[in-house]
Design a protein around this ligand. Structure first.
Ligand code: SAM
Length: 219
């Protein structure tokens, strides 16, 4: 399946400058806002020794934090190459390079080549991809125990803000677009995939974001 999305467009939005800021903030203040909320919610499910698959993790501060908290190893799949130099620097600095594999590519396309993981995380990612269904379908198939997901809540003002941003980005000739996908349908898809979904909870850091943690029903 070919990717729908040009990595060059994603790099224009998710650039090295943004990556540098994210790393500096993490190193000085730790996780904050929505990322901290999601990491905490996932950690309460138990992550000791767990394998983590993070989709669109950027520099990877969430899986880095979970690894520092006792998780085993992580794989990050990213569409934008703009995060990579700062991600490598962060991993080297925290002596985590041998526990993290970073892959570049569209998760929906590369999913069949990935190994299942105990925990799959998608933080602020479905809203940056046009096709939520194959994305969550692949996440559900690869998650052994837990899926942690954040997304913009579906409200007129969230749609308005993302619409305005899309127009501004469009004026620059960049093909990247943001999306507000139907929350009930996304949660329904996770439930159908066998996850007991808790939430959505409103997140503290960004008013317009919600989170769910899906836990696989015990077999
Ligand atoms: C808003 S950023 C969030 C980055 C990081 N999760 C954070 O919160 O700091 C969304 C990220 O998702 C990535 N992304 C979107 N769709 C993707 C896909 N299909 N496969 C891999 N990465 C994807 C983008 O490249 C971008 O880095």
């Amino acid at each position: 399946m070919p990717s729908c999305c040009d990595p060059g467009d994603y790099r224009r939005v998710f650039s090295p400058a943004r990556a540098g800021r994210t790393v500096r903030r993490y190193l000085t203040r730790g996780l904050g806002g929505t990322a901290a909320d999601l990491a905490r919610a996932v950690a309460t499910q138990g992550v000791a020794g767990a394998t983590i698959l993070e989709v669109g993790g950027g520099v990877g501060t969430i899986h880095v934090d979970l690894l520092r908290g006792g998780a085993g190893t992580a794989v990050n799949v990213e569409l934008s190459p703009g995060w990579e130099p700062d991600a490598a620097e962060l991993l080297a600095r925290l002596d985590l390079a041998d526990r993290v594999e970073r892959r570049l590519g569209d998760f929906v396309v590369t999913a069949p080549t990935l190994l299942p993981a105990d925990v799959v995380i998608l933080h602020r990612v479905v809203c940056c991809y046009p096709h939520w269904e194959p994305m969550l379908d692949a996440a559900g198939r690869l998650a052994g125990r837990v899926v942690g997901l954040t997304f913009p809540v579906d409200r007129w003002w969230t749609r308005g803000a993302i619409g305005v941003r899309n127009r501004v980005i469009g004026l620059t000739g960049c093909g990247f677009r943001g999306f507000v996908h139907p929350v009930a349908a996304m949660l329904g898809a996770l439930a159908t995939a066998g996850f007991q979904v808790s939430g959505p909870t409103r997140l503290s850091g960004e008013g317009g974001f919600g989170a769910v943690v899906g836990v696989a029903a015990a077999s």
